[in-house]
Design a protein around this ligand. Structure first.
Ligand SMILES: [Ca+2]
Ligand SMILES: [Ca+2]
Length: 188
């Protein structure tokens, strides 16, 4: 626990190491003024699930400002398992700082990487949509929809969120398989 206000000014950097268990959150028992950098280091066994929130900083008081390098929605790291760790300033009880696990390459956020994501990239190709505007098609963080974002989708093509109790209908499984085949041909 950090007593009093948390001030990270100038060159201050706070680094969280993400391993196979959730990080222990820093607790700020008053206000937090965030002028500094937030860095994420991944251990080789770093693990996070789709839709899971890892709480980093629990602020009891009010928050002012944001980290210099990381605004809402920025992807700070990607685990080996293909989960993007995306920053939110609205975790916990609404004003805490955390990372939300989203599927890498998943532009529309529906929990799978496929044709819809590719379509969004192509529809916005060359457009400036804002850094890490996922729904707009920027996965790479340069704010423009282009080659890197396309590669991001292709690299994780076919990945799915962890299975839900719902069993997919055989027809949708078949269509999914065809979609993968079509893209494999295009890439050759
Ligand atoms: Ca998707
Ligand atoms: Ca981009």
């Amino acid at each position: 626990m950090i007593g009093g206000s948390m001030l990270l000014r100038g060159l201050g950097t706070i680094t969280f190491l993400i391993g196979d268990v959730p990080p222990t959150p820093v607790t700020v028992d008053q206000d937090a003024d965030l002028i500094g950098r937030l860095e994420i280091e991944l251990a080789p066994d770093a693990d996070a699930g789709f839709g899971e929130t890892l709480l980093l900083i629990d602020i009891a008081g009010a928050r002012t400002n944001q980290f210099n390098n990381a605004h809402e929605g920025f992807t700070l790291a990607t685990t080996a398992g293909g989960i993007d760790l995306v920053l939110t300033y609205a975790a916990g009880d609404g004003n805490d700082i955390g990372l939300i696990g989203l599927l890498a390459g998943d532009v529309d956020g529906d929990g799978s990487v496929g044709v819809e994501d590719l379509d969004l990239i192509l529809a916005n190709w060359g457009s400036f949509v804002g850094a890490y505007n996922r729904a707009g098609g920027d996965l790479s963080g340069d704010g423009v929809v282009g080659e890197e974002d396309l590669q991001g989708v292709l690299e994780y093509w076919g990945s799915d969120a962890p299975p839900t109790p719902t069993i997919p209908e055989p027809t949708s499984l078949l269509l999914f398989g065809l979609g993968v085949l079509a893209v494999s041909r295009v890439r050759r």
